[in-house]
Design a protein around this ligand. Structure first.
Ligand code: NAI
Length: 808
């Protein structure tokens, strides 16, 4: 026993364990095993297969939990479907009352939930008590507010239906709150599967649902491992899948749900940069690293795991960091003075060890604090790697453990380049006292969340979610609610017969004749078209790589012209041209608006010509042609008007901070246009995309591509910079597949058949691009609600949330 005098001299902490009797008693009460919560009740334990969950810090079992079968999932989905009928119809205010009640109950049971979370997951009680559980309550309060406001703030939107939600083990109850609160607020019902390592707080939450009298079936919890998750994803009764977890499983889920019509949001991994400039407050930045990578033992998807330190201060920074690392206390997570707790499970510990060994073998210099380590349980010491190559495994792969990897840079340019040198794009943290530099870097870093002089800050009012292979969709705030709502117009679309496809099977024969035929014999009643319409790439007309073209027929089936038969190479060239035109995203919104107004005026000037062409090519009446051209002109003006008005939000989140939610363009967007409405369909999709600063590779109507190829003359005369709109004609589905496979294409819209939609979604799993497909449903392009609107602008952007210091 140290003497008081000695304690005062060393200022060492004594153990300060949090009481856990109430949790132990609760676990004992359930010693026969925890079962699923379905239709408002815990199912009976007969014939249930159980698996054990344990406390990773003590390596002791906590209880047994049911392994959900396909049948269990089916029952839960059925219950959720039944409950949806009434829950979705309740006034928002009534739903809000339930959400408030849940929030209150969570607050009342804060101590219990924190201890349970810490025992199940291994995270320090300081974190579960001060961060996780208060944020859970905050999430329900915030979304109770949204339930109250949903009708007025989201007009024209309806709940999606039954949501299948799958969550990971790193923030078990917080991830549950992120999923359940917005879904309930919007009027959906839920089947949630917690992670197999950490299902206990979800089951305690089920008890809270019962206590507040939430109607049966509105929330269902089915426990189990990946097989249970897969059964939930596959269930045809699920309308939306929301997943947080590894990129590998996210990719599987994208493939599995392809073509099913299920709405999908994915929050996946990261390797987020933590950038320290030479003018940063280095002591502040060191504390930042502690929060970035040793928070929750580094098992955080947005952990600042890649330190990028400016060369001039790197040695000083690393030495300060090592000094601080020596003071981190690793040990029993229930001890209130412990900073670093246990790793969630032995398998995860092995994974960390393996990656660290690899880092050493690859030449990185590893340093670990001399902090005493517990003898038993799943622990790993805070670790720092320096002298690391950007291409080494530890610099590229998500370690998901308390391991920081540090690299140096010389200039801000190099910092940005290194920061973006990853397949992920979840978060970034920037440390500098120079406001210009911080905001310049914040704008250029490819990440969904950016923290300036702070890190790992979360709030229910701000959106959270990634760019690139970190997934798509946002959780939290106004933008997160859209993941649980569907525009009424889109829900109501009929499964239509898409217009007849051009018969490209006849191509080989025509190809043979084609050399001679830059001018097929045309029927006298059609306007003379004596040339093959070329592709339009990088602001220039381009011959198709294949050298082939195909015959376009008019409404009477007569040959009306030739269009280039684009292929994989043409798409690649078009994407390259679009990628080069990146300055379009950087010009002022006013400039983009001006270009679009000019485009609208030029289209207007040539309206008679377009009307005649439309009538002769499609066989519609002159009145119908005039209506379509008139709508295309008005729509162009409409998007010109929106170009400088589709603003983001400023979220009031934490004190001394403000969070800027900025609508950013994706970059290169692939747009596969409908076969019908050859001019209006094209305009309706291409215009919102470019109005928001994207560059587009468009595949126009396959049967009537000539309206789009005529349109490039209008683009030419309207100061649309080269590469902003590229047009590749040909077989839509084949070209869509190439766009879906292409890594440089960040988002892809496809309007066409159900099979084509499925193929696009499946192929997009490669780089996890965001897709927006029609599933074979036809749209009334003339309608101002179906053919245009804010939904188009929303799909044309992704939200970046930038946290900046603000106020006292
Ligand atoms: P995981 O992605 O396998 O697990 C996450 C959730 O998905 C769990 O509930 C799991 O049961 C479920 N799941 C697994 N396979 C599924 C399938 N085929 N269909 C539907 N659901 C399925 O993550 P895991 O194996 O626990 O951790 C492996 C790595 O993933 C970690 O080392 C870390 O790098 C990363 N990870 C990232 C997370 C994040 O928040 N981004 C969270 C958890 C893990």
């Amino acid at each position: 026993m140290p003497q008081i005098k000695e304690i005062l001299q060393t200022m060492d902490y004594g153990p300060s364990p949090e009481a856990s009797d109430h949790v132990t008693a609760w676990l004992e009460k359930h010693s026969e095993g925890f079962t699923h919560f379905i239709d408002g009740a815990f199912v009976s334990p007969e014939n249930v297969e159980f698996f054990e969950v344990s406390d990773p810090a003590r390596a002791t079992p906590l209880g047994c939990v049911a392994q959900g079968t396909t049948d269990d999932v089916g029952k839960a989905v059925d219950a959720a479907r039944r409950a949806f009928r009434t829950w979705s119809k309740l006034p928002g205010h009534t739903r809000a009352r339930y959400l408030y009640a849940i929030a209150r109950h969570i607050q009342k049971r804060e101590r219990f939930l924190s201890v349970l979370e810490t025992m199940d997951n291994g995270k320090p009680i300081r974190e579960s008590r001060d961060i996780d559980i208060p944020l859970v309550a905050r999430h329900f309060y915030h979304h109770a507010g949204w339930a109250e406001l949903i009708e007025t703030e989201f007009p024209g939107h309806a709940p999606v239906g039954v949501c299948g939600q799958i969550i990971p083990w790193n923030f078990p109850l917080l991830m549950l709150a992120w999923k359940i609160a917005p879904a309930l607020a919007a009027g959906n019902t839920i089947v949630l599967k917690p992670a197999e390592f950490t299902p206990l707080t979800a089951l305690a939450f089920a008890e809270i649902c019962r206590e507040v009298g939430l109607p049966a079936g509105v929330v269902n919890i089915v426990t189990g491992d990946g097989r249970t998750g897969a059964a939930l994803v596959e269930h045809p009764g699920v309308d939306k899948v929301a997943f947080t977890g590894s990129t590998e499983v996210g990719r599987l889920i994208r493939q599995e749900t392809a073509g099913s019509g299920k709405k999908l949001s994915l929050e996946l991994g990261g390797k987020s940069p933590f950038i320290v400039f030479d003018d940063a407050d280095l002591d502040g930045a060191v504390e930042g690293v502690v929060d970035a990578i040793w928070f929750n033992q580094g098992q955080v998807c947005c952990a600042g795991s890649r330190l990028l330190v400016q060369e001039g201060v790197a040695d000083r920074f690393h030495s300060k960091l090592k000094t601080r690392m020596e003071t981190l206390r690793v040990g029993s997570p229930l001890d209130k003075s412990v900073d670093v707790g246990a790793i969630v499970a032995p398998v995860q510990l092995d994974r960390i060890r393996e990656l660290v060994e690899k880092g050493k073998a690859e030449g990185g210099t590893m340093w670990q604090a001399s902090t005493p380590m517990p003898e038993n349980g799943c622990f790993f010491p805070p670790t720092l790697f320096t002298d690391v190559e950007p291409s080494s495994t530890v610099a590229e792969v998500e370690i998901f453990g308390p391991v920081a990897v540090s690299m140096t840079f010389r200039t801000p340019e190099e910092a940005i380049q290194l920061a973006n040198n990853t397949r992920y794009g979840l978060a970034a943290s920037i440390w500098t006292e120079n406001v210009n530099l911080s905001l310049d870097v914040a704008a250029r870093v490819k990440a969904g969340v950016v923290w300036v002089n702070c890190t790992n800050m979360f709030d229910a009012g701000a959106g959270f979610g990634g760019y690139r292979e970190s997934g798509f969709g946002r959780e939290g705030g106004r933008e997160g609610l859209y993941e649980y709502l569907a525009p009424v117009w889109e829900k109501g679309l009929a499964k239509g017969q898409p217009a007849a496809k051009p018969d490209l099977s006849a191509l080989p024969a025509e190809r043979a004749a084609e050399g001679a035929a830059e001018g097929v014999a045309l029927a006298t009643s059609t306007p003379t078209i004596d040339r093959t319409a070329k592709l339009y790439v990088g602001g220039k007309q381009a011959r198709p790589d294949s050298g082939y073209s195909y015959t376009v027929r008019n409404g009477r089936g007569e040959p009306a012209g030739q269009a280039g038969l684009g292929n994989r190479k043409d798409i690649r060239n078009a994407v390259e041209a679009a990628a080069k035109a990146s300055s379009w995203g950087g010009v002022t919104a006013h400039n983009r608006a001006q270009v679009l107004y000019y485009l609208a005026e030029n289209l207007q000037t040539r309206s008679a010509e377009f009307e005649a062409r439309l009538a002769s090519l499609t066989g519609v009446s002159p009145e119908a042609a005039a209506e379509e051209v008139g709508a295309a002109i008005r729509r162009t003006f409409w998007y010109a008007a929106w170009a400088d008005k589709f603003d983001g939000h400023v979220h009031a989140t934490k004190s001394r901070h403000v969070t800027l939610a900025i609508n950013e363009p994706w970059g290169v967007v692939g747009v596969v246009c409908p076969d019908e409405a050859p001019l209006l369909g094209f305009v309706s999709l291409v215009l919102p995309a470019i109005a928001m600063g994207n560059r587009v590779v468009a595949v126009p109507s396959a049967s009537q591509p000539l309206l789009a190829t005529d349109f490039y003359q209008v683009l030419d005369t309207s100061d649309v910079p080269a590469g902003v709109v590229n047009i590749v004609t040909g077989e839509s589905d084949a070209l869509a597949k190439v766009l879906a496979d292409h890594d440089e294409v960040a988002a892809l819209w496809y309007v066409g058949s159900a099979e084509g939609s499925a193929a696009v979604e499946k192929a997009s799993a490669g780089n996890l691009k965001a897709t927006w497909v029609s599933h074979g449903r036809s749209r009334n392009w003339l309608s101002a609600s179906e053919g245009q609107g804010r939904d188009y602008l929303r799909h044309a952007t992704q939200v970046k949330n930038i946290w900046v210091p603000y106020g006292e």
